[in-house]
Design a protein around this ligand. Structure first.
Ligand SMILES: *Cc1c(COP(=O)(O)O)cnc(C)c1O
Length: 380
């Protein structure tokens, strides 16, 4: 019997890898310097640690170190990309195109931009959660400044055809921004082969610390400029002022090094566990799998349970098994997930669905236990 409770909500957050903790702890204590202190050794060593982490983040995504801006996480990076482009490119236009299955940190930011005078087109997806590329082609206008499409969906794990999208954006001379919070560190992402101009990264989604992240900002072909969200001391080339979170940044860098070496083997193992979990749960009456089976993250399964309310399942098993209905960020409100509704699920189907997100510490034993518990419930 596995130790309880079982954590199967890795898309909400992940524990720090012990090697990440080991790397970052000294930067909380003895090595406490401010990297902006240019006049003494405390500052120099902190600045060197930040430089190394910048290099490590860049390497994971095929970027240059000079293209990495450290932030507090993907929510901030998404805000910075969208608002920063909107403010900087207003002379070219005020139109942004995005998709209905984006994270709230993108959709709500777009809503805010709308209030500032921007125009937003939110495109639909098909029932597999895949964007319609012909619709995208038609939606782009002469005053379009940005296309925003997430790399992988946090609820369904569906991987977006970013390369096809970036080719369309590039052909129309429009910048392409991707929220990479669920993809970076779990599946190979390369800003050059994928044609990404701006990419959000979040450390705590791949075994790094919470409150640390980055925004990749392309410097060549094209050179992207951004207006800052936060003004002040001019840190991060003036794009993001504020004393750098050195322990968080060092932890993010270490998480990137580990991911580069291990994510592909981890994904192979997790796909096998995920497939077993799905296969077993789909034997239950009225269950259904959601999201494009051929283009998705290895560790995410999204399954609906007929007429059984997912919240009532969680109530029965929540003490033993950590799962999520829809996205963690909106689980405080009982509304069905906007992602599932956009994929054409009925409200009943949407509120009957559960997200199983596995991670590198998930064991076969845990998966078997979860299957046993769910099979034992009175699911009608
Ligand atoms: C978790 C997540 C975010 C928010 O990231 P934070 O670093 O927690 O702010 C944004 N987008 C997606 C797709 C996510 O999964």
């Amino acid at each position: 019997m596995p130790a309880l409770p079982i954590y199967m909500d890795y898309n909400a957050t992940t524990p720090c890898d012990p090697r990440v903790i080991e790397a970052l702890v000294p930067w909380l204590g003895t090595h406490f310097g401010n990297p902006a202190s240019r006049a003494h050794a405390f500052g120099w060593e902190a600045a060197a640690a930040v430089d190394l982490a910048r290099e490590q983040v860049a390497q994971l995504i095929g970027a240059e170190a000079s293209e990495i801006v450290f932030t507090s996480g993907a929510t901030e990076s998404n805000n910075l990309a969208l608002k920063g482009v909107f403010e900087k490119y207003y002379q070219k236009g005020k139109h942004i195109v995005t998709f209905a299955t984006e994270h709230k940190a993108v959709l709500d930011t777009c809503r805010h931009i709308e209030k500032l005078g921007g125009e937003i087109t939110v495109l639909p997806v098909d029932k597999e959660g895949r964007p319609d590329l012909e619709e995208l082609e038609k939606a782009i206008r002469p005053d379009t400044i940005l296309v925003a499409a997430m790399y992988a969906n946090n609820e369904t794990g569906v991987i977006t055809p970013v390369k096809e999208i970036s080719e369309i954006a590039r052909r129309h001379n429009v910048l392409f921004f991707s929220d990479g919070a669920q993809a970076v560190g779990k599946t190979p992402v390369n800003v050059n082969t994928d044609g990404i101009d701006l990419l959000s990264v979040s450390a705590h989604k791949f075994y790094g610390p919470k409150g640390a992240g980055a925004l990749y900002v392309r410097r060549r072909g094209p050179r992207v400029s951004l207006a800052p969200l936060i003004d002040g001391g001019g840190h991060e080339k003036g794009i993001r002022s504020g004393t750098l979170n050195v322990p968080g940044i060092v932890g993010l860098g270490k998480a990137c090094v580990i991911a580069r070496e291990e994510m592909e083997q981890d994904a192979v193992r997790l796909a096998t566990l995920r497939d077993y979990l799905e296969e077993q749960l789909l034997l239950l009456p009225d269950t259904k799998r959601h999201g494009d089976k051929n283009h998705r993250l290895a560790h995410t399964a999204h399954i609906s349970f007929g007429n059984t309310n997912a919240a009532s399942i969680l109530q029965q098993i929540g003490k033993e098994i950590a799962l999520s209905t829809g996205s963690a960020c909106s689980s405080a409100d009982p509304e069905p997930s906007h992602v599932l509704l956009a994929m054409g699920l009925s409200k009943t189907e949407a509120v009957s669905s559960l997200r199983f997100s596995l991670g590198k510490y998930t064991t076969k034993e845990e998966v078997e236990y979860v299957v046993r518990v769910l099979k034992g419930l009175s699911i009608k």
